[in-house]
Design a protein around this ligand. Sequence first.
Ligand SMILES: NC(=O)c1ccc[n+]([C@@H]2O[C@H](COP(=O)([O-])OP(=O)(O)OC[C@H]3O[C@@H](n4cnc5c(N)ncnc54)[C@H](OP(=O)(O)O)[C@@H]3O)[C@@H](O)[C@H]2O)c1
Length: 268
Amino acid sequence: MENKRLKVAVLGCGSVGSQVVRLLMEQADDLTARVGAPVELVGVAVRRLDAQRDVDVPAELLTTDAAGLVARDDVDPVIEVIGGIEPARSLILSALGNGASVVTANKALLAEDGPTLFEAAAKAERDLYYEAAVAGAIPILRPLRESLAGDKVTRVLGIVNGTTNFIPDKMDSSGAGFSEALEEARTRATPRPTRPPTSRASTRRPRPRSGASLAFHSRVTASDVYREGISEVTAADVQSARDMDSVVKLLAICELRDDQWPCACTPR
Ligand SMILES: NC(=O)c1ccc[n+]([C@@H]2O[C@H](COP(=O)([O-])OP(=O)(O)OC[C@H]3O[C@@H](n4cnc5c(N)ncnc54)[C@H](OP(=O)(O)O)[C@@H]3O)[C@@H](O)[C@H]2O)c1
C-alpha cells in the first residue's frame, strides 16, 4: 500500500524559496525514496504572479492566496520562506491549526515570537522545524533537542553569522580596516543587508538564544543576551592578535555557570 502522499506547500519563492521549489521539483523521486512516501509540490504562494524567478514554477502551482493555500485540508507540510513577521506568523499559526507541520527559515519571526509558534505546534501536536534559521549549515538544534536532551550541557559557542565572520576574516587576511571589510561584506551578501552586519546582526537573531534555550532547557530572551560587536575592532587590533598567533572572531557564547545549575532561567 502506498504511504500517505506528502503534499508540500511553499510560502514564498524568493532567494530561498526558489531553491526549495527547485529541489522539490528536481529531486522529487529521490525525496520520495528517502522519505518513504510520495512527495508532491502542490502550491507556491507569492506576492506577484508575474515576477522573474530563479526557477520555472508551473503556472498552476503559483498563487497569491497564501491564506487559502495553508487552509487546504490536504496540505502537509507547509514550508514558510516569506520572511518577516506578518503575514508569516499568521500563516504558520493557521497551518499548524489546520493540522500541517511547518518548516520555517524565518529568523526574524523566531526571534520576535518563537514561543507563540512553539506553543501552537505543541497544542496542535504538529512539528515545527526551523533548523535552517539557526546556523543553517550546521546540524545543531536536533542534536541539542534529541541526542543531548538527557545530558548536562554547560557551554555552547560558535560563529553564527557568515557576514559578521567575513569582516574580521577579511581584516585578518588583507589588512583591511573595518569599514572597507564591511563594504565588501555588504556587496557579497545575498540578499544585500539593509543595516550594517555588526554585533546586533548576530544577537538579534534567534541563533544564540535558540541554542541556549535548548541546551539549558530554558527560555532565553533577547534581554538576557549581552551584546558586544565588532564595529570598534581596528586593523591594529587584528594585527595585535596576529602577533599573538591568534585571530579576532565574533562568537555567540552561552554558558551555564556552576552556581546556576539546576538552571535558574525561566522553564519552557
Ligand atoms: N536569503 C538568505 O540567504 C537566507 C538564509 C537563511 C534564511 N533566510 C530566511 O529565509 C526567508 C526568506 O528569505 P529570502 O531571502 O528568500 O526572501 P525574499 O527573496 O525576499 O523572498 C520572499 C518571498 O516571499 C514572497 N512574499 C512576500 N510577501 C508575501 C505575501 N504576503 N504572500 C505570499 N508571498 C509573499 C515574495 O513574493 P514575490 O517574489 O512575488 O515578491 C518572495 O517570493 C527569511 O525568513 C530569511 O530570514 C534567508
